[in-house]
Design a protein around this ligand. Structure first.
Ligand SMILES: Cc1ncc(COP(=O)(O)O)c(C=O)c1O
Length: 442
């Protein structure tokens, strides 16, 4: 196979979530990938320390997934799922449902995490309306939450830069729980921090302010990824669940990052033993090979909404042209089979202690002010440079890439979430490289 010429004009692509001018002045380009490694356009192997964007859980270029997609595209390239169907859509939904907590077995397909979030919020409103409580329209998110980039997602999300430009156009009836990140109490926690469960009780304060009868749903990431790996305090999610149940408020877990093995179980809900009413999914649902997301809804929610329409009427006015696209569905089926065959969730669970030890091995590295972890996720928080927040982590990220390791960074936090096929040697190399790089970072 001849490789394509390296592109020399980068101006047309307006890059997402990127400092475009900075990137284009010194680009980092990837041209192929297999297993645990990317290959850059300058011919270097790059160890993937973040599964692309927390999504390639089975590792890159898996033959079974590629074959399923190729076969599907040559058999049925596209079929509508509005008032029509194709068998793989139903099969993929059943396979996803089998991995969800008991009772959350009705699957609505989307094309991304952002769409899953907006879909889940809309389902929550539709559910309350269907049961005669249409006044429940308020949505509760959390500070430092990331729920994608739709207007619903940024409204319930808690990241200022995602919101300020659009502040005049956010959803009107939204409130936020406080985040749970507190280094004074929880620095260098291994796994779930001991302090902070009481922060869930802030939901009672919000309920008292607005009245439960106006609140439709609470949405949180069980482990917040994009704002720097915030692991929930012990007992926190259980408490949120209790308060939501007490007040008839739906609980939505945004599992776009935690779904499909990241914590060593199919879902974070299973890992924590807390069952929400709706789960949002995307990314690893089909190993990120074709855009796809999903919402898993409880049977009660599904049956209430679907049972509420007049016979012959569309019950939920919502859907995407590419909901359950045949190629994405084929990829999901092949991926979920692969996860099971190779026991990748179990593998993640058994590697977690090694991963934890390697990450915490950097607690005394230069600039480090916290290390935190759960499953195959870790965050390393650095002291910020005076007057230049984020600059230190950016320098570390670039130097890691130059040293052959791909990591993520957000603010001054380095984030790690490798494919679940990583081995012990690669874990050691990942964190050794980061340690060497930190020693050279200003
Ligand atoms: C928790 C969470 N929700 C939603 C999203 C948005 O997903 P997407 O980028 O596929 O729209 C992300 C992306 O990282 C995420 O981490």
């Amino acid at each position: 196979m001849t490789s394509r010429p390296v592109i020399d004009d980068l101006s047309s692509f307006w890059m997402p979530f990127t400092a475009n001018r900075q990137f284009k002045a010194a680009p980092r380009l990837l041209e192929s990938a297999k297993g645990m490694y990317y290959r850059s356009t300058d011919g270097r192997e790059i160890l993937d320390g973040c599964a692309g964007l927390w999504c390639v859980n089975a590792g890159h270029g898996r033959d079974e997934i590629v074959a399923a997609i190729t076969q599907q595209l040559s058999t049925l390239d596209f079929a509508p799922t509005f008032q029509m169907g194709h068998p793989l859509a139903f099969e993929a939904a059943k396979k996803v449902a089998e991995l969800m907590p008991e009772g959350l077995d009705r699957i609505f397909f989307t094309n991304s995490g952002s769409e899953s979030v907006d879909t889940a919020l809309k389902i929550a409103l539709a559910y309350h309306r269907a049961r005669g409580e249409g006044q429940r329209t308020r949505l509760i998110g959390r500070e430092r939450g990331y729920h994608g980039v739709g207007f619903g997602g940024i409204s319930v999300g808690g990241i200022a830069p995602n919101r300020k430009t659009f502040s005049g156009a956010l959803l009107p009836a939204v409130d936020h729980l406080p985040h749970t990140h507190n280094l004074e109490h929880n620095a260098f926690s291994k796994g779930q921090p001991a302090w902070g469960a009481h922060l869930a009780e802030e939901l009672e304060r919000i309920v008292a302010l607005h009245d439960a009868s106006t609140i439709a749903a609470v949405i949180v990431e069980p482990v917040a990824g994009s704002t720097g790996v915030l692991v929930p305090p012990q007992g926190y999610l259980q408490k949120l669940r209790e308060i939501c149940t007490k007040h008839g408020i739906l609980l939505i877990f945004d599992e776009v990052i935690t779904g499909f093995g990241r914590l060593g179980k199919a879902t974070a809900s299973e890992h924590f033993g807390v069952t929400p009413d709706l789960i949002t999914l995307a990314k690893a649902i089909n190993n990120a090979s074709i855009p796809m997301g999903a919402v898993a809804a409880s049977r009660t929610i599904h049956d209430t909404v679907v049972g509420s329409g007049a016979p012959g009427a569309i019950e939920l006015f919502h859907g995407y042209t590419y909901s359950a696209h045949p190629a994405a569905a084929a990829a999901a089926i092949a991926t979920l089979d692969l996860y099971r065959r190779d026991q990748l969730f179990e593998r993640a669970a058994s590697l977690a202690p090694t991963f934890e030890a390697a990450a915490h091995g950097l607690r005394d590295a230069k600039h480090v002010k916290d290390v935190r972890n759960l499953g195959l996720v870790a965050g390393i928080e650095l002291e910020s440079r005076d007057g230049a927040p984020g600059a230190r982590a950016y320098e570390a990220f670039v130097k890691c890439f130059e040293a052959g390791v791909l990591i993520r960074f957000t603010g001054d936090i380095l984030a790690f979430s490798p494919p679940l096929i990583i081995d012990e040697e690669q874990i050691a190399r990942l964190f050794r490289t980061v340690g060497e790089v930190l020693a050279t970072v200003q």
